[in-house]
Design a binder for this molecule. Sequence first.
Ligand code: ADP
Ligand code: MG
Length: 333
Amino acid sequence: MNGPMLKVEKLVKHYPLGGGFFDRNPLVVRAVEGVSFSVDAGETLCIVGESGCGKSTIARLLMRLVDPTEGRVLLQGTDIAGLKNDGLRNCRRRMQMVFQDPYSSLNPRLTAGQIITEPVGNFERLGRKKREALAADLLRKVGLAPEIMHRLPSELSGGQRQRLGIARALSLKPSIIIADEAVSALDVSVQAQILNLLMDLQDELGISFVFISHDLGVVEHIGHRVAVMYLGRIVELATREALFANPVHPYTEALLAAAPLPDPTQARLAVPIEGEVPSPVNPPKGCAFHPRCSLAEERCRIEVPALTEMADGRSVACHVRAPAEYPAGQPSE
Ligand code: ADP
Ligand code: MG
């Protein structure tokens, strides 16, 4: 395959907030404000950031559950916006989603076996024997005993239900899985098991992941590259190693400082983050992080910093830590 598995170009999603027909300036939630990234085959890209920064909106845009205000989503080079009927079905087959709360996303009246073979049943008719064989195979893949195919979701543990959600996502042999807070509802020990399962499946099947989480600890476990979001924008995009060893954006630094350390006796270096996330209805001018940033300068209050590639290959949107070069020939004032 040439090119990335998934490419996202300048995605924007604004949600109009009520406001009457005669309203001159209706309120708008700026959920996603120009996000670009790509994911290679077999790669895990993590998207991390505090609640409300636009992570789930990106997941919905990728799955085309909502349409973008601007920008494009390319799945193996095909713009998903233009797809209809068979094209869209085919795209949905290649791109699957795993949700945070498997309980609410699993039909409580269907057995485990029915749940995980239902997507395939939408594409081809399966006799009972074939169905059971497929269910057994999928259950084994996610580390569950085939016998549980006859149980209802309510008879399973949280970890087993999440494995079931993953089995269902795998059933159509997708090229890419979008996992939105897929382990956030689970106990820490179960989280680790599920993350290891996802990584094993990736090694075995070469699946790409967009793994969305508010939890840096989870991201450190599973990500090849990490995009840090703040108020609808990516502020830093780096390999996992580079991001955790040496965060460049002050927000990344603050997030890392706020994350629980595996060894609580270890000294904290960076300053913890203060204040609340501003509202995406009325985001601060300039760099949206400037009201919470101890490094903020005059320019940060005026101009939105562009995501700028640095010498080590990471991209950072910060006037202070990653000043953008002026293009050749342009006066620097
Ligand atoms: P995250 O997943 O990072 O917590 P979301 O993508 O769910 O963030 O939400 C981003 C912002 O968009 C939030 O302010 C949220 O309230 C708002 N939002 C999400 N969906 C809608 C919607 N359908 N209508 C209006 N606002 C929305
Ligand atoms: Mg979310």
